[in-house]
Design a protein around this ligand. Structure first.
Ligand code: ATP
Ligand code: MG
Length: 327
């Protein structure tokens, strides 16, 4: 067993673990856990296969993956099953990218990073059993919001959670490199999950030079083909926060050359509806020099983030209280 993997609890340990859980959930957790304990995979090496899952409705489709709702037959645990055809991966020449995605996502365990629970393959397909994020892409929510933007409390909460996830990636020597609302999923409890590690890279202190990611999110050092490091993600977090609040990225243009030029000149327009706190945070992330950008811990401690996140959380608590009262 991997040194980092904890031994799963037995029945006595389980009773101790759930003693502080609210009473109304205890029975459900206990019966769910007991079902999981009866599974042959519990605490043992196990070869998962399609036989273990019942496939359900499609959740979405990407360039190479079709994603379905799926239910693990023994525990009834719901996952999002991403199915990719090996022939399509070969044709697109992305086999290495997928393997890297699998390798990285298996290692990363953080509440705001989409968990890859297990994976397996047959002759023609690769299957990734992913944690479910039932609200889907954050991009869709942004586009469906009034004026295609989020209110500041909502934007601040998501900015905090993405900063937290990125900080964890960097501590594990992983740079995401492709941050954008399309690569962030939302759960039913309004928490974001960073997904799509196809472009991410192990760093181990060497600086990299590959051009990747989306144009609108490209940091100046990548536009100019310079060596870059983990602080590309800090830049992208600034762009993401701007897009949350404005509805489009700051350097967007119909012409790629114009976008590059705007990035180089750091031509950012802050609309009047944006608060001074939000402007302060974004301008501290959108610094040309990679070592001039504030740290992710500083982002999480920023006064605009903290104040607005508290407003969002209070709103969600109140909403939950009302829904419960109606039940
Ligand atoms: P692309 O490369 O175009 O981004 P992809 O092949 O990486 O696509 P995904 O982005 O992983 O495919 O998935 C496609 C769609 O399936 C997503 O846009 C999303 O709507 C849905 N989806 C993916 N993973 C999940 C999940 N864990 N929970 C819920 N929905 C998901
Ligand atoms: Mg995707």
């Amino acid at each position: 067993m991997n040194k980092l993997q904890k031994k799963p609890p037995n029945r006595t340990e389980l009773a101790k673990l759930i003693k502080d859980v609210p009473e109304e959930y205890q029975q459900h957790i206990q019966s769910m856990s007991l079902k999981m304990m009866q599974h042959p995979a519990y605490g043992q090496p196990y070869q998962w296969s399609t036989r273990d899952f019942e496939m359900g409705a499609p959740l979405g489709r990407g360039k190479f993956g079709r994603v379905y709702l799926a239910r693990e037959r023994t525990s009834n645990f719901i996952v999002a099953m991403k199915v990719m055809f090996k022939a399509e991966l070969e044709k697109g020449n992305v086999q290495r990218q997928v393997l890297r995605e699998i390798e990285i996502q298996t290692r990363l365990k953080h509440p705001n990073i989409l968990r890859l629970l297990t994976w397996f393959h047959d002759d023609s397909r690769i299957y990734l059993a992913l944690e479910i994020a039932s609200e889907g892409e954050l991009y869709k929510h942004l586009r469906n919001s009034p004026q295609r933007r989020f209110e500041e409390p909502r934007a601040a909460k998501y900015t905090y959670q993405v900063a937290d996830a990125l900080e964890y990636c960097h501590l594990n020597n992983v740079i995401h490199r492709d941050l954008k609302p399309e690569n962030i999923l939302l759960t039913s409890s309004d928490d974001v999950k960073l997904a799509d590690f196809g472009w991410s890279a192990h760093t181990i202190s060497n600086k990299r030079k590959t051009l990747c990611g989306t144009l609108d999110y490209l940091p100046p050092e990548m536009v100019d083909g310079h060596i870059y490091d983990h602080s590309v993600d800090h830049w992208c977090l600034g762009i993401l926060c701007y897009e949350f609040l404005v509805g489009c990225a700051p350097f967007e243009s119909n012409d790629n050359e114009k976008t590059y030029e705007k990035i180089r000149r750091l031509e950012v327009y802050y609309p009047s509806h944006m608060s001074s706190g939000a402007k302060d945070l974004i301008s501290k992330l959108l610094r040309k020099s990679n070592n001039g950008r504030i740290t992710l811990v500083e982002v999480m401690k920023h006064h605009w983030v903290k104040e607005n996140m508290a407003i969002r959380n209070a709103y969600l608590e109140e909403k939950m209280r009302r829904e419960k009262a109606i039940e």
